[in-house]
Design a protein around this ligand. Structure first.
Ligand SMILES: Cc1cc2nc3c(=O)[nH]c(=O)nc-3n(C[C@H](O)[C@H](O)[C@H](O)COP(=O)(O)OP(=O)(O)OC[C@H]3O[C@@H](n4cnc5c(N)ncnc54)[C@H](O)[C@@H]3O)c2cc1C
Length: 384
């Protein structure tokens, strides 16, 4: 293990210890990753595979928003318009997913990448108009889509109900099983020599470089993030089809139901993840009756058979929101990197974020799509 030229501050790598972290590139060997969600684990695995000595600090790795997520890999989601920079990030990461998944399967386990695309569906006339806007947005982003009538959509996915009046087939979208992904990343990290510390950090650990990847809690770890990262609550339900019920759709269905977004992501074993509510209520992870009622009612309008399914789980998680919907990926100060603020797209953006963090650890340029996500934009904005 390399020894820094200057003694690092033993307990803290914050603003007061900037000089102590100015280590020569050749000595930038020890990397501490704070947070073991999809972002922290992806960065840790890739950094360890690239030869860095990596330690992940987390008292409950794999337990945050990443465990709750739907697992859609879709750069254009239900909300339009999509900011061009957010779309460019998503599209660049989506392109990396097939390789990332294949490599992960060899290194730790299969994240169950689904390549059957998504159907975006509308159930009433207002929703049809929103669907048209999504179609136009996808075309502007050069994403091939095929417009389907309700009947044609039911031929593709017989589980769709009679209220579905129009659909778009988006072939390029992917999905993964987020829990299989977390299991695979944990195994890949261990196989690559990543050390795990069962520890909740109240200050940054000593290391040549610290990567802050603590999701919605990242704000507590650095003053720049404190102003930038906020929790955005989301609830989901996990359902399972029963003997005698119509099987769930075979591909992801994203629906606009009475103006609300709802998605249904299939899992192995006749299971279905239905999400997601979106509320700005601080650090609240309690599941509410109203949130679950909304999800179940919307899901039933899209796939009526869900009313007969087993309700296996209801869960809530906190998306790490940022002021401009772009994540924060890059240097906060010398020796401290941010990999957070991924909001609704953390699973999608994991491969690109990990590539960018490894590039920064090597003092190389980040992929061009990541440049707008540099935390420096916050300093510029907050300047008087
Ligand atoms: C309901 C819902 C559905 C979603 N669906 C999708 C989807 O379909 N597709 C998609 O791309 N994204 C989706 N997202 C968003 C995605 O889940 C997040 O963007 C992503 O999980 C963020 O990952 P993360 O690793 O930054 O944070 P998290 O997964 O929250 O992980 C943070 C980790 O940091 C640890 N930690 C926190 N503070 C500390 C500390 N002080 N010291 C040490 N460790 C700490 C926590 O224990 C946790 O393990 C969804 C989110 C929600 C809530």
């Amino acid at each position: 293990m390399a020894t820094p030229t200057v003694e690092p501050d033993p307990g803290h790598a914050g603003a007061g210890s900037v000089m102590s972290l100015r280590v020569r590139e050749s000595l930038r060997r020890d990397v501490a990753v704070v947070g073991g969600g999809v972002i922290g684990l992806s960065c840790a695995w890739r950094a360890a595979s690239a030869g860095f000595g990596v330690t992940v600090y987390d008292d409950a790795p794999g337990s945050g928003a990443s465990r709750v997520a739907g697992g859609m890999l879709a750069p254009v989601s239900e909300s339009v318009p999509v900011e061009p920079e957010v779309f460019a990030l998503g599209a660049a990461s989506l392109r990396r997913w097939p390789d990332f998944a294949a490599c992960l399967t060899r290194a730790g386990g299969d994240p169950r990448l689904q390549t059957s695309g998504t159907l975006v569906v509308a159930v009433d006339s207002g929703d049809r108009a929103e669907l048209d806007r999504i179609g136009a947005q996808l075309s502007r982003c050069s994403r091939p889509v095929e417009a389907l009538s309700g009947r044609q959509a039911r031929q593709v996915e017989p589980a769709l109900g009679p209220q579905v009046c129009k659909a778009l087939s988006v072939r390029g979208d992917l999905s993964v099983d987020n829990r299989a992904l977390l299991g695979a990343l944990l195994a890949a990290c261990r196989n690559a020599g990543v050390q795990f510390r069962d520890h909740r950090c109240t200050q940054l650990p000593a290391a040549d470089v610290v990567v802050i990847a603590a999701g919605a809690d990242s704000g507590a770890l650095h003053p720049l993030l404190d102003r930038a990262i906020r929790p955005v609550k989301g609830e989901i339900v996990r359902l399972r089809g029963r003997l005698g019920t119509l099987a769930p759709p075979s591909r992801t269905v994203r629906a606009i139901v009475g103006g609300r977004a709802c998605y249904l992501v299939p899992r192995d074993g006749g299971r279905l993840v239905v999400g997601a509510t979106q509320r700005e209520v601080g650090f609240d992870t309690e599941v509410t009756a109203g949130g679950i009622r909304e999800l179940l009612a919307d899901a039933e309008r899209v796939v009526p058979a869900t009313a007969e399914y087993v309700l296996e789980e209801a869960a809530a998680g906190l998306r790490p929101g940022s002021p401009d919907n772009l994540p924060l990926i890059g240097e906060l100060e010398p020796g401290v990197l941010a990999a957070t603020g991924h909001h609704r797209h953390g699973i999608l953006l994991a491969p690109l974020t990990a590539d960018a963090i490894v590039a920064l650890l090597r003092d190389e340029d980040v992929p061009p799509e990541v440049v707008p996500a540099a935390p420096a934009r916050l300093t510029v904005r907050s300047a008087p």
